[in-house]
Design a protein around this ligand. Structure first.
Ligand code: SF4
Length: 353
C-alpha cells in the first residue's frame, strides 16, 4: 500500500479509492471561465483539478479561483521556485513541479520547506522529454533512466524530511511509460499519478491512454490519474470514467452496452444508442446499472444476458428484457423512453446540481 497524502480533502494512496484529475485550459486570468470549467469537470466526475500558473501576474486570479473552486486545486509550475512558493501562499492544495527545471538545489529546498510548513503535497513529475543528460546513459532504457532520475529526486526530498510526495513518470511512448511505472512501483512507497503525456487528439489519445493507464490499473498500479487529450477537459473525465468502468473500478453510474449489429438488425441502432446516451448525459446515477441496447430479438437478450435491463429490436417490436429474460413487448417508438425511466428508477438518476 502506498503512503497516504491529501490534496485538499481528497485522499490519495493508503486505502483511498482511485481519483481522477483534469486540467483547465482557460486563460490564466479568466476567473469566471475557469470556475465554470471546474464546475463542469466536477459534474462529470472529476476529483482534483490542475491549473497552470504561467507567471506571477496571474497570482490574483489564481487566488480567486482556488478560493471558489468546488474541487481541490493543484497548481502547475515550471522554472520558477518563487512562483511555486507564491502559489502555496495563494492557497494551492498541491503543487506540481519538475525538479529538473525548477532551479538550484537551494531554491528547491526553500520550496520544500514551505510545502512542509503548510502541509501541501508535491507531485514530482519526470518527463522523458526533459530528462537531464546525466541520466541518458548508453545501454539504459528510457524507462530505467526516468526511474533513476526520479529516485534521485525522491532522495533529495527525503533528505529534507519531506514525504508528502506523489510521483509521475511520463514518456509519450505507451510502452516506455508502462515499463517505467512498473519499475518505480516496486521501488517507491509514494502514491503514483498515472498518465500518458502528449497522448493526442480525442480518438487516438483515448485509445493510447486506455491501453497505457488501463494496463497499469489492471496490475494494481496507480492511485490517481489524468487522461491528457487535445480536447475539451470534460472529455478527459468522460474517458477516465470509461476506463474505470471497463476495469470494474467504478461503483456507480449507468453503463451502456450494445451490439455491433449485423444483417439481422432492422433498426438504426447507432441512432438509438446515441439518443439513450444523450438522455443519461445530464444525470448523476448513485446506483450501478448495466443497460443493453441490442439490434435483434433473436440473439440480443441472450448475448446481453449479464445486463440488468435492456432492449432488443425487431422491425415492428421492442423487447424489454431483464438478465436475458424478455419481460415486456413495446412499441419501438416508446421503448427508449421506457428503458430510460426504468434505468433512472433503478440507478436513482438525479439532475446534476
Ligand atoms: Fe447481430 Fe442480433 Fe447479435 Fe446484434 S444482437 S450483432 S443484430 S445477432
Amino acid at each position: 500500500m502506498k503512503r497516504e497524502i491529501f490534496v485538499g480533502r481528497v485522499g490519495i494512496g493508503g486505502r483511498h479509492p482511485l481519483s481522477v484529475q483534469s486540467m483547465t485550459n482557460t486563460a490564466a486570468d479568466d476567473v469566471k471561465g475557469t470556475l465554470a470549467q471546474i464546475r463542469q469537470l466536477r459534474r462529470a466526475g472529476c476529483d482534483i483539478v490542475r491549473v497552470a500558473l504561467p507567471s506571477r501576474s496571474f497570482l490574483s486570479p489564481l487566488k480567486q479561483i482556488i478560493g471558489r473552486s468546488p474541487l481541490p486545486v493543484i497548481v502547475d509550475i515550471h522554472f520558477d521556485p518563487a512562483l511555486a512558493m507564491q502559489a502555496m501562499d495563494a492557497g494551492a492544495h498541491g503543487i506540481r513541479i519538475n525538479p529538473g527545471n525548477i532551479g538550484s538545489n537551494e531554491k528547491l529546498k526553500a520550496v520544500i520547506r514551505l510545502a512542509g510548513q503548510k502541509k501541501i503535497p508535491i507531485r514530482i513529475g519526470v518527463n522523458s522529454g526533459s530528462l537531464e543528460k546525466k541520466y541518458r546513459k548508453a545501454g539504459l532504457t528510457t524507462a530505467q533512466a526516468m526511474v533513476n532520475s526520479v529516485l534521485d529526486k525522491i532522495k533529495f526530498f527525503e533528505d529534507q524530511h519531506f514525504f508528502d510526495l506523489k510521483i509521475s513518470l511520463k514518456a509519450s511512448d505507451v510502452r516506455e511509460t508502462v515499463a517505467a511505472y512498473r519499475l518505480i512501483d516496486r521501488q517507491c512507497p509514494y502514491p503514483l499519478h498515472l498518465g500518458i503525456t502528449e497522448a493526442g487528439t480525442f480518438f487516438a489519445g483515448s485509445i493510447r491512454s486506455a491501453v497505457g493507464i488501463g494496463s497499469l490499473l489492471l496490475d494494481g498500479i496507480g492511485n490517481t490519474f489524468r487522461v491528457s487529450l487535445t480536447a475539451p477537459p470534460v472529455r478527459e473525465i468522460e474517458v477516465a470514467r470509461q476506463i474505470m468502468r471497463a476495469l470494474g473500478l467504478l461503483e456507480r453510474g449507468v453503463e451502456l452496452v450494445s451490439c455491433p449489429t449485423c444483417a439481422r438488425a432492422q433498426v438504426d441502432l447507432i441512432a438509438l444508442c446515441k439518443r439513450f446516451e444523450a438522455k443519461i448525459a445530464g444525470l448523476d446515477f448513485p446506483g450501478k446499472l448495466k443497460v443493453a441496447i441490442m439490434g435483434c430479438e433473436v440473439n440480443g437478450p441472450g448475448e446481453a444476458s449479464d445486463a440488468d435491463i435492456g432492449l432488443a429490436f425487431s422491425r415492428s417490436r421492442a423487447f424489454l428484457f431483464k438478465k436475458g429474460r424478455v419481460v415486456a413487448r413495446l412499441a419501438p417508438a416508446e421503448a427508449l423512453d421506457r428503458l430510460f425511466e426504468l434505468a433512472s428508477e433503478a440507478a436513482g438518476g438525479v439532475k446534476h446540481g
